[in-house]
Design a binder for this molecule. Sequence first.
Ligand code: HEC
Length: 276
Amino acid sequence: MTEIPEHLLKRSAARKAAMSGEAPAEAETGTAVEQAAAASTPAVAASAPVPEVYVEPEPEPVAPYVEKFQARKKMPFWIIPVLLFMPVWGAFYFGTLERVPQGLSGLLGEGEHVYVESGCSGCHGAEGGGGIGPSLANGEVHLTFTTLEDQVVWIAKGSAIVGTGENYASPDGRRRLVAGQMPGFGLGAANELHMEEILAVTLFERTQFEPNEDAAFRDLELTEQLNLMIETGELEELLAADGLSLDDIPDAADLTAEDVNEYLAPAREALAGAES
Ligand code: HEC
């Protein structure tokens, strides 16, 4: 039987020990000769695989602001429905920013201004769709008021002067009973408007919230005539002869459709003259 060289035995022992994760027992118990022999074969010992022990690496030092960031509260759970709902809310919000038709001039431009500035839009909607007040869109006002004059009287008086339960519509219009809340804009009201402003906002509502051009035709025609006569100063001149002015604030308590007609008569007569 051939002798296995000492250093090979040692190597096998070292490998076994390495595989089982234990240090070779002979290292401590071996004889001086064996130890010397082990010392004389450093190359062999070095080539023996060292058991690999996983050592957790030292954590990198963390800057204080990073620590704060790591310690911050995570997103609360309710943020998810909120974030999901945001585009919907955005769409609605964008809707409220939509403006009534742009680029109006003369009385219609003034009417649009009054409609927003005097709060009509707040109760009746930016495009007349309604809210606290009834819808004015799709020509609704023509069903209630068969004449421009009747509508002007209503806007000057409002719910309080007409009286709860009273019909505020034109006699030949659909019945409309006062429930309350429509402020008056005539003399003594919190938000007084002069005749030109009330005429302007009335014409604005009757023409811009009426998709049917035929239904709005009389109002559009009158608007054009009034604009022309205001521009030339002719209307003020003719009204002054009767002691009237477009700057008058109508006396809401006593105002009638005939009173309003006096302001429109010059324009109506000019139109009638042009037609005949
Ligand atoms: C505070 C809310 C509010 C404001 C502001 C308001 N209205 Fe009204 N409006 C109403 C209410 C409410 C009615 C219905 C009448 C009632 O029930 O008393 C109404 C009715 C009307 C009607 C009749 C519509 C129909 O067909 O029956 C017109 C026209 C009108 N308002 C125009 C205007 C104009 C023009 C302005 C601004 C100068 C204005 N409103 C400001 C609440 C308001």
